[in-house]
Ligand binder design. Structure first.
Ligand code: CA
Length: 237
């Protein structure tokens, strides 16, 4: 069972035993350690312990799979997510991919197809990270984020970040070069749909900027895109 070098398990999130039982067996047969949970809440708790990949059912009893996927993207941005969906409409697939899923398989699926998709996702995810000893790190300019240790550095200097500041930085660096909307940041970092003022977000951005040594009027790292959101610059300006 040592075909896969990673010790981290594949997280299977599926409330239907009729699907989860044979699928767990197939994954173990393919050499993956498996953690199986039946709810979105348990999935997020398990993901915080570190997982190699997530196979995520869209229809869960507590939290919708799409919402679980969004939150997973915050808890562990680098982890591949393969969505299981009974919904075949294009809109649902788009929503799933938009929430951060890397690929999807429509029920009923063939086990062989699911395993092939999962292998492809794990290969892709392993690519750049093997060089850093298997740790999941994100880098833009001279800023580096270690998602497993929840530590961040500018050059060689470690940043003292509050949890929300870390989540904010990780999400922005994960999307470096693209604008992340204020709504997305509020949803992902504060776990809420925000209809009112986003003063909290602006305060955290300003604290984060100060810790990065960035200047809002002449930003080197974090650019404000007025009325839309923020962009972490991939290259020095
Ligand atoms: Ca289900």
């Amino acid at each position: 069972m040592s075909e896969h070098s990673s010790e981290l398990p594949v997280l299977l999130v599926e409330d239907d035993d009729g699907i989860a039982t044979p699928l767990s067996a197939a994954l173990r047969g393919d050499g993956y350690p498996v953690v199986r949970v039946a709810t979105g809440g348990a999935a997020l708790a398990a993901a915080e312990q570190g997982v190699a990949a997530v196979v995520l059912d869209l229809g869960l009893p507590d939290v919708d799979g799409v919402e679980v996927c969004r939150r997973l993207r915050v808890v562990s941005p680098g982890t591949p997510v393969l969505m299981l969906t009974a919904r075949t409409s294009e809109a649902d697939v788009v929503v799933g991919l938009d929430a951060g899923a890397d690929d999807y398989v429509t029920k009923p699926f063939r086990l062989a197809e699911l395993l092939a998709r999962l292998r492809a996702l794990l290969r892709r995810a392993a690519g750049p990270e093997q060089a850093s000893g298997g740790r999941r790190t994100l880098t833009a300019q001279d800023v580096r984020v270690d998602l497993d240790a929840r530590r961040a550095w500018v050059g060689d200097t470690q940043l003292e970040l509050a949890p929300k500041e870390f989540d904010l930085l990780a999400l922005l660096i994960d999307k470096a070069g693209s604008v992340v909307t204020r709504e997305r940041l509020m949803e992902d970092v504060w776990d809420t749909n925000w209809f009112g003022s986003t003063k909290t977000l602006d305060m955290h951005v300003s604290w984060l900027r100060r810790k990065l040594g960035d200047d809002a009027s002449r930003p080197r790292y974090l650019t404000t895109v007025r009325g839309v959101g923020f962009r972490f610059e991939p290259d020095g300006a």
